[in-house]
Design a protein around this ligand. Structure first.
Ligand SMILES: [Fe+2]
Ligand SMILES: [Fe+2]
Length: 276
């Protein structure tokens, strides 16, 4: 079994400071095999914010898979935005914009979806998908393949695809070819688990679309801070959401899935299995 801690949207520069030590404690207690941060490490891509993010990441277990979000590209510093959009992310967080981790149970690939020319929305391109698939495709049949991008491939509860990552359909078709099992994302500041089949009709492809809420931002929009603990014991996956209750991160929801011949199916609470 492997445990992945999935955090997102830390937004240093606008964090609730009480959440930080509590988060570090909760993650230490979970003893994850990998820590994932799906973007928006900062609020305004300032050096001081990146330095704080760096310092906090140092307190968390490794390995870590960290990708940038739209807030990690300078917004008002026009020269930086266009000439060196991810220079600060590279300098303070990681020079690797396609981080990869693999063992004999899981393979995790980070894909950068932050772009200079979109203020909020992001995009992935064919080359990123092809290169990512080439790496993930080397893992064995029993390995659960996971992609991490900041921008989402699904928008819970909304019909239109306004804030989906750009080229989402192309990307999902590519991920189907290399049998991606799970995509971890953030950006929406909403914790949610969906299923690729709800939006993408790709025969014989099934992926869980796991969103983390903002883990430490004081700008919470509609819900409290949260992060996910994902326990992978193929063919079973359990996703726990831990939510900030003003004192600690506490378990607020658990969802179970099982990989069947029809793909990932939600395992209900006493009502049998239902397609997610
Ligand atoms: Fe965010
Ligand atoms: Fe974002």
């Amino acid at each position: 079994m492997r445990v992945v801690a999935h955090l997102s949207d830390l937004h240093f520069g606008r964090t609730d400071p009480a959440t930080l030590p509590a988060l570090a404690n909760a993650i230490a207690a979970a003893r994850p095999d990998v820590v994932v941060v799906s973007g928006d490490l900062t609020q305004r891509a300032r050096r001081s914010e990146f330095a704080q993010a760096r310092q906090f990441l140092e307190t968390l277990p490794r390995p870590q898979i960290v990708v940038p979000g739209n807030h990690d590209v300078p917004l008002y510093d026009v020269l930086s935005r266009w000439l060196l959009p991810l220079d600060r992310f590279r300098r303070y967080i990681s020079s690797d914009l396609a981080p990869f981790y693999a063992d004999d149970e899981i393979a995790i690939l980070g894909i950068n979806s932050a772009r200079s020319w979109t203020f909020k929305n992001g995009r992935v391109n064919r080359d990123q998908v092809a290169r990512g698939c080439a790496r993930l495709g080397l893992s064995g049949e029993q390995v659960t393949r996971i992609v991490v991008t900041h921008h989402p491939y699904d928008v819970p509860g909304a019909g239109a695809g306004g804030t989906l990552v750009g080229r989402a359909r192309m990307a999902m078709a590519g991920f189907a070819k290399c049998r991606v099992d799970m995509i971890l994302s953030g950006h929406l500041h909403v914790g949610h688990v969906g299923h690729s089949a709800a939006r993408y009709k790709i025969p014989r492809h099934s992926a869980l679309l796991v969103h983390s809420g903002t883990t430490t931002s004081s700008r919470r929009r509609s819900e409290s801070n949260s992060f996910n603990l994902i326990a992978i014991d193929r063919p079973h996956v359990r996703i726990d959401r831990l939510t900030w209750d003003e004192a600690a991160f506490a378990l607020s929801a658990t969802e179970h899935f099982e990989l069947t011949q029809d793909g990932w199916s939600r395992v209900g609470d006493g009502h049998g299995a239902e397609r997610a």
